[in-house]
Write a protein that binds this ligand. Structure first.
Ligand SMILES: Cc1cc2nc3c(=O)[nH]c(=O)nc-3n(C[C@H](O)[C@H](O)[C@H](O)COP(=O)(O)O)c2cc1C
Length: 174
């Protein structure tokens, strides 16, 4: 069984992939399943996972992001949140769609790492252009792109991976 603490500690954003190695259909199915297993508020599941597998679909998607390294990934997932299907907290009208989609994305990101593959959560992409290119995404807020790939031999964590604010600043015990 996976040691979760170790997994959480070891995971890092991978930005150099080996395009010569495939990600199998079984691995893709496991990554998707991890997303589908994620908890959502009131179990409303207001999300969608798009799997970019064909060269044509990936190329179209890549035109809307400057993160060209994801082009080396055999598969790219995109996670969207549907506000109209989400739970809304009655006290302050807070819509939970983005939060739910972020939990789904996190589950998938950790599964990718657990499979010995690499990924980086990409938030910096031209979502309006993606929505134009893929009209089936209408009604969703695009939360993340998540490539999954084998790591290049020289792939290492970035300096940011090691930067952490002091625990006292981030955690308050009351
Ligand atoms: C919501 C979110 C959006 C992110 N967007 C990007 C992005 O667009 N491009 C990128 O290179 N990394 C992106 N990252 C990765 C972060 O930069 C990275 O997680 C952070 O620097 C810590 O490094 P680590 O993941 O290696 O521990 C994103 C991460 C999160 C959680």
């Amino acid at each position: 069984m996976t040691d979760f603490s170790q997994l959480a500690r070891d995971r890092f954003s991978a930005r150099r992939f080996d395009p010569s190695k495939e990600v199998t259909e079984e691995q893709i199915a496991k990554i998707v399943k991890a997303g589908l297993d994620a908890p959502t508020a009131v179990n409303f599941q207001p999300f969608k996972i798009w799997v970019f597998r064909s060269a044509e679909a990936k190329e179209k998607l890549l035109s809307a992001t400057k993160m060209k390294f994801i082009g080396d990934a055999p598969v790219i997932f995109m996670i969207g949140a549907k506000a109209e299907s989400a739970w809304v907290r009655p006290f302050d009208e807070k819509n939970y769609a983005d939060i739910d989609a972020a939990i789904v994305t996190t589950h998938m990101m950790l599964e990718i790492h657990d499979l010995g593959l690499g990924s980086t959560w990409i938030g910096h992409f031209d979502a309006p252009t993606v929505q134009q290119l893929f009209p089936e995404t209408a009604g969703y807020s695009l939360v993340a792109l998540l490539p999954a790939a084998h790591l290049a031999e020289d792939c290492v964590p970035s300096e940011r991976h090691l930067v952490s604010k002091p625990e006292e600043e981030l955690v308050t015990v009351l």
